[in-house]
Design a protein around this ligand. Structure first.
Ligand SMILES: CC(C)(COP(=O)(O)OP(=O)(O)OC[C@H]1O[C@@H](n2cnc3c(N)ncnc32)[C@H](O)[C@@H]1OP(=O)(O)O)[C@@H](O)C(=O)NCCC(=O)NCCS
Length: 177
């Protein structure tokens, strides 16, 4: 089972609260976010995350920064039943408030998600991560987690590249970063 709440060294990965929509909207309005991702209505998205937690037993967590108590983004696992290459893969993904980049927090939260994939989703032989080819920061997080390039495809109207890690590959000792 993927736990509804996980604590890492610096983050509380938790379920969504209605008040998170406002913070999410502020993050999605940041130019650095919009450079790589489209704006999505936060209320509808939170409803989707809650539905996925109920139906799939996994989705993205709200990422709360323990020291400041701020909700600073979203991190976690998504099962893609519409992945163009098939297989209903599980993806690990991350979005952080610009003010919290450059501290290893996406990698810290992503590593917690990866470790849970390893122990809790034994039927999923690989964990993937998807982004656009120019998203250097997201690609760097994938590499830090031991994921390697697997290919390019077209998905939801975008050219995307995807990385993955196989169950047989050791992603290193458990650590926060
Ligand atoms: C993708 C995204 C989450 C990556 O965030 P990030 O902060 O760059 O990633 P990490 O958490 O791995 O942090 C890495 C950086 O922190 C530094 N760092 C690592 N560990 C650290 C630590 N323990 N303490 C302080 N700094 C640390 C690294 O040296 C690296 O520095 P750099 O920015 O100079 O390269 C962020 O850029 C983002 O939200 N982008 C917009 C949304 C998006 O595109 N999401 C992905 C969609 S596919």
């Amino acid at each position: 089972m993927i736990p509804p709440e996980v604590r890492t060294e610096r983050l509380l990965l938790r379920q969504w609260e209605d008040e998170d929509a406002e913070r999410l909207a502020a993050i999605y309005a940041q130019p650095e976010f919009l450079e790589h991702m489209p704006y999505v209505d936060p209320d509808r998205q939170i409803a989707r995350f809650r539905r996925e937690w109920a139906e799939e037993g996994l989705s993205l967590w709200a990422a709360e920064h323990l020291e400041s108590g701020r909700m600073i983004g979203r991190i976690g696992l998504l099962r893609h039943r519409d992945w163009p290459l098939g297989g209903d893969p599980v993806e690990v993904g991350w979005v952080l408030d610009r003010a919290f980049w450059g501290r290893g927090l996406a990698t810290e939260g992503g590593r917690a998600a990866l470790e849970l994939w390893r122990t809790e989703l034994p039927s999923d032989d690989e964990l993937i991560s998807i982004t656009t080819p120019g998203n250097a920061r997201s690609l760097a997080v994938m590499r830090r987690l031991g994921m390697t390039y697997r290919g390019a495809t077209h998905w939801h109207g975008y050219d995307v590249v995807w990385h993955a890690i196989d169950r047989s590959v050791d992603s290193g000792p458990a650590r926060s970063f």
